[in-house]
Design a protein around this ligand. Structure first.
Ligand SMILES: *Cc1c(COP(=O)(O)O)cnc(C)c1O
Length: 357
């Protein structure tokens, strides 16, 4: 069998969830959209279910996957519904629903519900992606209250730049939010992972941690709380071929690396078709049988090459960590010009192997 696999540490997942709870002092929806950022939504949700206040997903397809797996805790649809027809399923499966646009309010008014709908009413406080305009927010709230279909309403907004610790934009967004919701006595949800970790003075009743659950930092720089996260995924494979090359030999596609010394090259069975970023440059860290080394040459679809020259005990069958507890996904991502979110979400073809269930 091909040795590439992703080990998923569910104890670490629970540790990170509890960290989100403790540092925020709030109720926390575990964000498990996009198949739990590539970690497997059903297994992650089951591992968390006993202790979570609820889950959040991007769409009804993701919510129904969880309900089919007998997950009974609240599930929030972060973009609500895309078509009014989804409201019947939202009602049937008792899902919580973000409302970000007036057309969604009109659709709710026209629908018959078997139970009161829980709405998370989203304000655009400055990210300018989805959410109601501040001038329309109070009217939307009153309209939902008046239509007799809605039970609870939670007031929410989302930060654009909470990962930038020296940027005051999040504070400005809070000011816009507070002004728009003045006088509305309802629970509030503002904070994603970077806001939970980096903006302790922004309080809210509910937080929505995503990336931090999976143990990756949302920040570019070191951050004390982020250092307490435990990486959940370890992406690993093995050395399947070894060769000794003299000085001046090219390695791999495009001859992007030329040996500068006599070099022992290890070929590892993992590539960009598994989600390892093709743009990771020579020098990107890897761990080989517990020893630090580096990627050399271009990443190909099913294989990549590493430097074994200084690791005389490494060879055929050596275990290679591409990211995980020792090689941080956030470091690999930064070198490849992306973020750990994308590395995790791009994971494919490799089996997920769980521990700590
Ligand atoms: C994805 C998402 C989150 C989680 O964001 P992280 O940065 O991964 O913590 C929170 N809220 C909303 C609305 C989202 O779409």
């Amino acid at each position: 069998m091909r040795p590439a696999r992703a080990l998923i540490d569910l104890d670490a997942l629970r540790h990170n969830y509890q960290l989100a709870r403790t540092v925020s002092g709030a109720k926390a929806l575990a964000v498990v959209k996009a198949d739990a950022y590539g970690h497997g939504a059903v297994r992650c949700a089951k591992a968390l279910e006993a202790e979570v206040d609820g889950f959040a997903v991007a769409c009804i397809e993701e919510a129904l996957e969880l309900r089919s797996a007998a997950i009974g805790k609240p599930i929030l649809l972060l973009e609500g519904f895309f078509e009014a027809e989804e409201l019947a399923l939202i009602d049937q499966h008792d899902l919580w629903c973000v409302v970000h646009s007036t057309w969604q309010i009109e659709a709710i008014e026209r629908t018959h519900f078997g139970r009161p709908l829980t709405v998370w009413l989203k304000l655009d406080s400055g990210m300018h992606r989805v959410g109601l305009h501040p001038a329309d927010y109070q009217a939307a709230y009153q309209r939902l209250l008046a239509c007799d279909k809605v039970g609870k309403i939670v007031l929410m907004s989302h930060f654009a730049r909470a990962d930038e610790l020296d940027c005051e934009r999040s504070v400005e967004q809070v000011a816009v939010f507070e002004k728009a919701r003045a006088g509305l006595a309802a629970e509030v949800s503002l904070r994603n992972s970077p806001a939970v970790l980096g903006w302790p003075n922004i309080s809210s009743d509910w937080v929505r941690p995503g990336i931090m659950l999976y143990g990756a930092t949302p920040f570019e720089q070191e951050q004390a709380l982020a250092a307490r996260l435990r990486p959940v995924m370890t992406l690993e494979s093995k050395v399947i071929s070894v060769r000794e090359l003299p000085v001046g030999e090219p390695i791999g596609y495009g001859a992007r690396f030329i040996t500068e010394r006599p070099t022992r090259v290890g070929v590892v069975a993992i590539g960009y078709a598994d989600g390892y970023p093709r743009h990771a440059p020579t020098g990107t860290p890897v761990l080989i049988d517990g020893q630090p080394s580096r990627l050399i040459g271009r990443v190909s679809m099913d294989m990549l090459t590493v430097d074994l020259t200084d690791l005389p005990h490494a060879g055929l069958g050596s275990r290679v960590e591409l990211w995980g507890k020792n090689v941080l996904a956030s470091d690999v991502a930064a070198l490849a010009g992306t973020i750990p979110y994308q590395l995790f979400c791009n994971l494919r073809r490799v089996p997920l192997v769980y521990s700590g269930a």
